[in-house]
Design a protein around this ligand. Structure first.
Ligand code: FAD
Length: 463
């Protein structure tokens, strides 16, 4: 075994929280190192958020070109060049990697490229990517190892070598018929993008609705939007068997309410959930406990069962978003500086980047009901927001939940153009503790999508 090297802050996995912690600590003069097996900067810039949004943007352009005549444009024949779509994405990722390497350099944090696993408490053996090993110990250790796509235990599925988000975003060809397993946001975003590039697309979802955490009216609007674009969908489907190989020919057998059915397709994408990257990394040797699903057990300060060892981001069971991983960084950073910051009660907004997108912050109606919270509900169709007519994107609606016996906003959901930006306005109002009447009575620029908030909050039933 090589002689152990010692650092003050040691991070395993260069996800969002971990890299920011290492940069922060290094800048503050603490000897810091990050061990990363492949993705400089973690999954967000390499394989997940930014690459998917990059290709989704290309798909939006494809859709606009396809419907250019609606906007008065006369175009000739057009087609999608997936090799160029891929190149634009790869160029962006290369730029992001260069940006990250600069941040490592300027902060003084060391980036060790290799696969790490614990061999003793706070001691990690690194199998270096360019050969050899290093053993590194840290006074403080942070785990930010993330998750990977779960491949469900369906006969024949693993043997079919299905696409996950990683491979789907590396295609330089257009699948003839893409089958998407999973109606969550990863599956829906990619399904719509590939449909717009020109693939036939079928979504298969086990649950009774798409986007399982949303209210049924929201899920119905998403379904209608995707169906309008020609995507086939099966809900409440139990996949029985998969035969063939993705990229060649696949035959999928499933059971739906109407009976057993077989679907043939060319490619299959699995987007049915995530599995933490916590097995085989010696957590037992480090004294770090995991929960029944393999996520690292942490308290509300993100401390693990081992002293001076934290876990952050998805592997710690935090909500699966980059902005949450970034907030995990702030929790640990501030507590290391003597603060008392907690992950409890965080208001976590999110978007699904379909077109139009979904934006959501706070409670849904279903959640309010399950938590026995009485609410007043207001809705507004997007077509009532005049901006939507100027851009010919009138699909969707807004929904707000206001407490029944007070004026605080408890939740907001929007499907419609610029939903993420409009949601941030409502989120800010919620964080400020401002009554909904503040938004209702504000002068909001015309014609913007946010202008609709005035009309939405005018629809809140009286107390
Ligand atoms: C297709 C897709 C789209 C998404 N889009 C969005 C979005 O639009 N907005 C959003 O907020 N979130 C999005 N997410 C979620 C988001 O990507 C993650 O929540 C975010 O990247 C935070 O991840 P993390 O910090 O937990 O770790 P990650 O960024 O996943 O980092 C973990 C790192 O650890 C490394 N690692 C693991 N094990 C080892 C080991 N043993 N040794 C060395 N290195 C190791 C991995 O290589 C990886 O780089 C998306 C996810 C997917 C799958």
């Amino acid at each position: 075994m090589p002689q152990p090297e010692h650092v003050e802050m040691l991070v395993l996995g260069s996800g969002e929280a971990g890299k920011f912690l290492a940069w922060h600590m290094a800048k503050a003069g603490h000897h810091s190192a990050v061990i990363e097996r492949k993705l400089i900067g973690g999954s967000c810039p390499n394989t997940n958020c930014l690459p998917s949004k990059n290709e989704i943007w290309s798909a939006k352009i494809a859709n606009l070109v396809h419907h250019a005549d609606r906007f008065g444009m006369v175009t000739g024949a057009s087609s999608v060049d997936m090799a160029k779509v891929l190149k634009r994405k790869r160029d962006m990722v290369d730029g992001l990697i260069a940006m990250h390497l600069d941040r490592y350099k300027s902060s003084g944090a060391e980036l060790i490229m290799g696969t790490g696993r614990f061999i003793a408490p706070k001691t990690i053996d690194v199998s270096l990517n360019d050969g050899g090993t290093r053993v590194v110990t840290g006074d403080r250790v942070v785990l930010n190892v993330g998750t990977h796509a779960t491949i469900p235990d369906i006969p024949g599925l693993a043997a079919a070598v299905p696409l996950t988000n990683v491979e789907a975003l590396e295609l330089d060809r257009l699948p003839e018929h893409l089958m998407v397993l999973g109606g969550g946001y990863v599956g829906l975003e990619l399904a719509q993008a590939y449909r717009r590039f020109g693939s036939e697309v079928t979504i298969i979802e086990a649950g009774p609705q798409l986007a399982s955490r949303e209210d049924a009216d929201v899920a119905d609007a998403i379904l209608e939007m995707l169906r309008d674009e020609g995507i086939a969908m099966y809900l409440g489907a139990k996949v029985l068997e998969v035969r063939g190989r993705s990229g060649e020919a696949i035959s999928l057998q499933m059971h739906i309410a109407a009976g057993d059915q077989t679907i043939e397709c060319s490619d299959i994408l699995v987007a049915t959930g995530r599995t933490p990257n916590t097995s085989g990394i010696g957590l037992d040797l480090a004294g770090v406990a995991v929960d029944a699903r393999g996520y690292i057990a942490v308290n509300d300060r993100l401390e693990t069962s081992a002293p001076d060892v934290w876990a952050v981001g998805e592997c710690a069971g935090s909500p699966q978003f980059t902005h949450v991983s970034f907030d995990d960084f702030r929790v640990v950073r501030d507590n290391l500086a003597g603060g008392n910051r907690s992950t409890r009660g965080r208001l976590v907004p999110y978007c699904m980047f379909t077109d139009p997108p979904l934006g959501r912050v706070g409670l849904s109606e279903g959640e309010a009901r399950r938590q026995d919270i009485a609410v007043r509900v207001a809705t507004l169709p997007i077509v009532a927001v005049l901006r939507s007519r100027t851009v010919s994107e009138t699909r969707g609606f807004m929904k707000a939940l206001v407490e029944a016996d007070g004026d605080r906003i408890l939740g907001f959901t929007m499907i419609g153009a610029e939903a993420g930006e409009v949601m941030a306005v409502v989120q800010t109002t919620m964080l400020a503790g401002m009554p909904y009447t503040g938004l209702r009575d504000a002068i909001i620029t015309h014609p913007t999508m946010a202008e609709g908030l005035g009309a939405l909050f005018s629809n809140v039933p009286a107390r």
